[in-house]
Design a protein around this ligand. Structure first.
Ligand SMILES: Cc1ncc(COP(=O)(O)O)c(C=O)c1O
Length: 397
């Protein structure tokens, strides 16, 4: 194919500096490779970065979401309201308990849960009794709302929190895409009852696999510190003697010092990564703005996008080609792309288990037909960016 790159450009790659490799190597040589001083330091510095009082490191965001639900006493008689446009992890943790994920549609621009979609789902799928919400389908008590800051665009947290407060729901923010992101002059991670970050390989910063939970509630923070490691009431690295007590049936969700060492260096580099992603996103926006049928993401006036992903939408009635053709033609030019996300209700497990109805989610369905994520990561060279711009223009003009 004419104009194809010589090497494949994935839609995301981690940026690992020599300093990070050196720090991880030091931990490997130190004799203490699992949860220890590096994890503690990473928690403190992460908390300081975003301004959160309590930060608890775990081995994935999925684990963090699970532990947040566990901390509030979520059980098989509970339901949580979350968005239909997310990765399976967000809904799957509700199923770990035998609970019900009640889905919302999304706003048409950012594809986030907003007050309109949340209220609509409450009206359609819930009933109220004594100021509490119950699922019409399963009669389970709704305990939490789990908004997701898709791609790093922050949700309307004030409206969501106001609705949550009205019905006594905890707000557990899935911020897997939102480090760092700013909402109303505050970093994401300082608003809800819990915020859960991901440090998966392609995220804003990475620890290989990993996650962080922030919460202003010290009793929940204490519980998560225990439940992430077998329900043991003392962290292994400052156990003075052989004694420890198991207070709960916990999990094996602790982060290792190997991961935390990488995380500490990534944290120092986070602003640089963020600036580079912002620069690339702005360049795409400038270059693509007149392409017919192409809807672009944008920064927003209420804060700053993390630019974890650059998600575009193609209107099939106006664009030269549809989303699937764009994806294939980019691949022919050696450029990767991806879709964020196949809506939860499209997956066979959720469809069979909860009998969702596509008609309830028109914006999510529209997104699913039209959306594609273009390459965006801090390590992209100027040539990589130019290749994407040239290819997208070639295909869509
Ligand atoms: C929106 C969302 N939530 C949760 C997760 C789970 O993150 P982790 O892989 O750290 O468990 C992901 C992972 O990609 C995600 O995209």
């Amino acid at each position: 194919m004419r104009n194809a790159r010589k090497t494949f450009l994935p839609f995301a790659l981690p940026s690992i500096s020599e300093e990070a490799i050196d720090e991880v190597t030091q931990v490997l040589r130190s004799g203490w490779i699992t949860s220890g001083p590096k994890v503690k330091q990473f928690e403190q510095e992460f908390g300081k970065f975003i301004g959160a009082s309590q930060a608890i490191a775990v081995n994935s965001a999925t684990a963090g979401l699970h532990l947040a639900l566990e901390a509030i006493g979520f059980d098989q008689n509970s339901a949580a309201i979350t968005t239909s446009v997310t990765f399976t992890a967000t809904a799957e943790v509700v199923c770990y308990f035998g609970g019900e994920p009640i889905l919302t549609d999304v706003d048409p621009l950012y594809n986030n849960m907003d007050s309109r979609s949340l209220e609509l789902s409450i009206k359609k799928f819930c009933y109220k009794k004594n100021n509490k919400l119950y699922s019409k389908k399963t009669k389970k008590l709704v305990r939490a709302v789990i908004p997701v800051h898709i791609a790093g665009a922050t949700c309307d947290l004030e409206s969501i929190s106001a609705i949550a407060k009205k019905y006594g729901l905890y707000v557990i923010e899935d911020a897997a895409h939102a480090f760092p992101a700013i909402h109303k002059e505050q970093f994401i991670g300082t608003n809800g009852d819990f915020t859960v970050f991901s440090f998966y390989a392609t995220k804003g910063i990475t620890t290989g696999e990993g996650g962080m939970v922030t919460t202003p509630h010290s009793q929940f923070a204490d519980r998560i510190r225990r439940t992430r490691l077998h329900g043991i009431n003392k962290e292994s690295f400052d156990r003075p003697s052989w004694y420890y007590e198991v207070t709960d049936a916990g999990y094996k969700y602790n982060m290792t010092d190997i991961s935390a060492a990488l995380g500490l260096v990534q944290l120092k580099e986070a602003n640089g990564f963020w600036n580079r992603r912002r620069e690339i996103a702005n360049q795409y926006i400038q270059e693509f703005q007149n392409i017919p049928g192409l809807q672009l993401p944008s920064d927003f006036e209420w804060g700053s996008h993390s630019w974890h992903l650059f998600r575009i939408e193609l209107d099939p009635s106006l664009a030269k080609v549809g989303r699937d053709t764009l994806c294939v033609e980019l691949k022919d030019r050696n450029i990767g792309s991806s879709l964020h996300f196949i809506p939860i209700f499209e997956h066979s497990f959720y469809r069979k288990q909860f009998d969702y109805n596509r008609e309830d989610y028109p914006n999510a369905c529209k997104m699913y037909d039209r959306c594609l994520s273009l390459p965006l990561f801090a390590g992209m060279t100027n040539d990589d960016v130019s290749d994407v711009i040239r290819s997208v223009k070639e295909i869509l003009y």
